[in-house]
Design a protein around this ligand. Sequence first.
Ligand SMILES: Cc1cc2nc3c(=O)[nH]c(=O)nc-3n(C[C@H](O)[C@H](O)[C@H](O)COP(=O)(O)OP(=O)(O)OC[C@H]3O[C@@H](n4cnc5c(N)ncnc54)[C@H](O)[C@@H]3O)c2cc1C
Length: 624
Amino acid sequence: MRLLTASKGLRSPQKPLISAIRCQHRSYNAAVIGGGITGLTAAWQLIQDRECSSVTIYEKSRRLGGWLQSETIPVEGGEVVFEYGPRTLRSAMPASLPLLYLVSNLGLFDELITTSKRSPAALNRYIYYPDHLVRLPTPDPDLSLMENARNIFRTITTEPLFEGFITGLLSEPNKPARPQEEWAIDESLAEFITRRFNRKIADNLVSAVMHGIYADNIDEMSAQAIMGPLRNLEDGGILFGLLIKSIMGKKTRSMDDFLAVDAVYKTPETMQRLDEINRVVKTASTFTFKRGTQQLVEGLTRALRASEKVRLVMDADILALDPPANRGHKLKIYTGIRGEESFDHVISAISAPAMARILDPQGQVKIDCDPEDEYRALWNSKKARHPKPNIGTVSGLHFFRHATTVMVVNLYYKTPNLLPVDGFGYLIPRSIPYEQNPECGLGVIFASASSSGESPVAPYPKVSQDSAPGTKITIMFGGHYWDGWKKQDYPDHKTAVRMAKDMLERHLGITEPPALVRTRLQENAIPKYKPPHIHQIYALSRWAKEEYHNRLVLVGNSFSGVGVGDCVRQGIMAATHGVGRHKLTATPRLESKDWCPWKEYNYQHWDLKGGVPTAPVRLFESDI
Ligand SMILES: Cc1cc2nc3c(=O)[nH]c(=O)nc-3n(C[C@H](O)[C@H](O)[C@H](O)COP(=O)(O)OP(=O)(O)OC[C@H]3O[C@@H](n4cnc5c(N)ncnc54)[C@H](O)[C@@H]3O)c2cc1C
């Protein structure tokens, strides 16, 4: 004790003290529920920790990877790779760093395909409105400033898609900001954009972009969760705020991204690759794998199977997970075949409703109940004699129960360059007339373009997923348009193929029959981020910490982002901060002090162990 309180001058250098503290840590065992990308990442990070004695992964199905599903199919003249889940991984500073470090740690860096920010797939993104493709105005690096300005002005003033765009932008700075108390209450994206700009911008532009990421309806999406950085600028006017930030070179960043970059394990090979990794982040708009995102799952699985610490339980049937009777007790997982197993930490990496079923198998906690009221009622009833229940955590999880279903249709045509335009693909806004979208299409990906690019390793040769010549297209249908549908309402394979062909003929004039088609209905695949999403995350986290004595960690795409990069970040956060095994310091582990943004806050008091591991300061202004 005296040593800890000794003045700085008397203290021996920091290192021995830290290792002395570390030595006091007991070894621990952990369970990870769910073998999707979040769970596999968490398990991989856990086994890097010397104190972690074993990791048990429970996966309900017979395959690992969750929504990451790729298939390589032989066709005439070569092979094509179809993706049934994620395909393009966003490259952004610093959000994609944990994923890129993981890729490199697994020895998969050479397997990446990067799409340059200057390529047509990055520059040419379209919205279909009202009956044709409109290229979103992006400066073309091959044109002069004047030529770009003229092109952008022409598009914005002549295309019906941009009706109301200029007036919406010009009127924004004069719109009063909401009073602080009102502003603090979350609202829908549609409300926010309409309030600050106008309805047309919300319906035509924002709804299209959200179809491409969340497949959801902007009337039901949380503005704070999805456009927090913009919403924070409301006080002085959003456009003015953006201008000032760009002059000052500031960007709004997520604290969790920095926490994950700090915590993610980096092999010596990865440390040697930092320049190459930074180059990808700076020059690429997206990246993927030569044989599809499944390669990431295979890499993780290989590494996990090679570790003596890991036990993989497939076809797992978790019946229940009880809250511990007191702080010193481990968490108990009950399975059908294996019976009862105890763990120091449990990381849940499954959807919120699936976890709610495990924590409350009898379904006793009512949906939308107020946990405080329920506890009071319990206290006044005889049930109070039973061990402390988990009403707060279960009811908190119930909030995140909604998700959209999408039908993914992959098509391959023998003819190369079949598309009328070059680019990434197009999105369909909710304002599109019914006659142009009776199939409930969300967007079309020109998959040949998005799955080819260059290797991230010098001399950066051109690479493509497909060895067969031809054109690959992916269409996504459904999303929020199918909310409330029953199983029997969804299109079957034959119907989905017909819908795809009809749509491509109407929108792009494609009449050639595809040489290969695969469809996949992905049910409840993309979680809905309803308002007040962020508030509910902190509330759930508090309950879970309390009821499970900081031993239960909740991550996955239900909470802090649906992208693969977001899931990897959450997996890293869970296996480090979430299990109390990463200490924040004010000394940068990477190049500069900007990589420790927490030191501007009272980070010594941040409690990141258990619950949803996320910083109490969500966003901050950064020079990076
Ligand atoms: C069609 C589609 C396209 C997408 N496109 C992109 C894209 O281009 N780019 C991008 O970045 N992201 C994309 N995403 C999003 C991204 O793929 C997902 O958000 C991410 O893969 C979720 O990973 P996860 O591990 O959190 O969850 P999941 O993948 O759902 O994994 C959860 C795992 O837990 C298992 N499980 C469930 N219940 C239990 C239980 N009770 N016990 C044990 N195990 C259980 C499941 O079988 C599954 O394996 C897309 C998603 C979909 C569906």
